[in-house]
Design a protein around this ligand. Structure first.
Ligand code: F6P
Length: 352
């Protein structure tokens, strides 16, 4: 069997651990397997950039961040675009290159956009198994995606660290965390890092409710507050406008909040944006185990020739979900989520 591996979309911790998991499973198998590393995600499949890989190349990468294959964003909405000087669209080019190279299957590691393209390829007869990757944890069909635990650890570290300087100066810290459409990182890190307010894309906020928390804390003698805000958080007023008419501000939600608080408070307000720090560095032990388990399952599916599936965490088990059920859906925080209820019980404001 000749199997192509690719990692697509924004990177995250655990990509190498997952690649290693699939490679170990396949190389250890009875039928002879050749692995082809495709460079920079779907871009490499379009440009025929791949190379045969040996098992030793997957050694020593369990704990390494990034991806040994490189990655790139190839937006799903452009897969029907033509490449320069070609009259064949990108999707057709990928299907053609897969067949020309006589590949038997693709193992694809990616997030939501990647899964839409993977499903489109599978509808064109390409044998695919995918693994759910994103720090955002917003892939439908799996309880968690890999990279999430590591990003939460990084974000929590930032919030933990801010506490001492916030307390020393009696300041308000607004910490803007990743998550444009889903606020999982802000919710988990906010709880783990003891944030007083957590603002999420799923729950529009009012600045008055944030002020109320700060004032209450000041009155009780706690003269500092920590606000964890997801980069997709929106105000209640904005949520009343139809999505297409919402003005995307020239400043980020974190800056917006700092500006609004600065106007209303006689107290220092500071902004911290850890940004890509949340996606870099080593995967946590939990992510390493998770990636290895997902990798083993993905390898097993390939060996059984069970294609068109994403491997997924379902409760305590690793299972497989048809790509048709995953592609095009987003897993945001449900409004009736237990975690939201528990956050409120803990006295954390969600800005409502
Ligand atoms: O999807 C992962 C993610 O890190 C988001 O949380 C963030 O909004 C986005 O990618 C950043 O993208 P880029 O790396 O292209 O700046």
């Amino acid at each position: 069997m000749k199997i192509g591996f690719l990692t697509s979309g924004g990177d995250c911790q655990g990509l190498n651990a997952a690649l290693r998991g699939v490679a170990k499973t396949l190389f250890g198998a009875v039928p002879y397997v050749e692995i082809y590393g495709i460079q920079d995600g779907y871009r490499g499949l379009i440009d025929c950039e791949w190379r045969k890989m040996e098992m030793h190349e997957f050694s020593g990468i369990l704990r390494e961040g990034g991806t040994i294959l490189g990655t790139s964003r190839q937006p799903y909405k452009t897969i029907r675009d033509f490449e320069d000087s070609s009259n064949v669209d990108r999707l057709t080019t990928m299907v053609r290159n897969y067949h020309n190279e006589c590949l038997d299957a693709l193992v694809v590691l990616g997030g939501n956009g990647t899964h839409k393209t993977a499903y489109a390829l599978s509808q064109y007869g390409i044998n695919i198994v995918t693994l759910p990757k994103t720090i955002d944890n917003d892939i439908y069909g799996t309880d968690y995606s890999f990279g999430f635990d590591s990003a939460v650890a990084k974000a929590t570290d930032v919030l933990d660290t801010l506490h001492s300087t916030a307390a020393a100066h009696g300041r308000i810290f607004v910490c803007e965390l990743m998550g444009r459409k889903a606020g999982w990182v802000a919710l988990y890190a906010g709880i783990a890092g003891g944030a007083d307010v957590i603002l999420l894309p799923e729950i529009p906020y009012t600045i008055d409710s944030v002020l109320e928390v700060i004032n209450r804390r000041n009155q009780s003698g706690k003269n500092f507050s920590i606000i964890a805000v997801a980069e997709g958080a929106i105000t209640h007023d904005m949520s009343q406008q139809p999505k297409k008419e919402r003005k995307v501000g020239d400043i980020s939600p974190g800056m917006e909040i700092v500006r609004a608080l600065d106007e209303r408070l006689d107290q220092d307000v500071r902004l911290v944006i850890p940004g890509h720090f949340q996606r870099g560095g080593d995967p946590t032990p939990t992510d390493r185990v998770f990636c290895s388990r997902l990798g083993a399952m993905a390898g097993e599916l390939v060996l059984k020739r069970k294609f068109g599936y994403m491997v997924a965490l379902q409760g305590l088990s690793i299972g497989a979900v048809p790509l048709s059920e995953v592609a095009g859906k987003l897993k945001t925080i449900p409004h009736d989520s237990e975690m939201l209820k528990q956050a409120r019980l803990l006295g954390i404001s969600l800005g409502e």
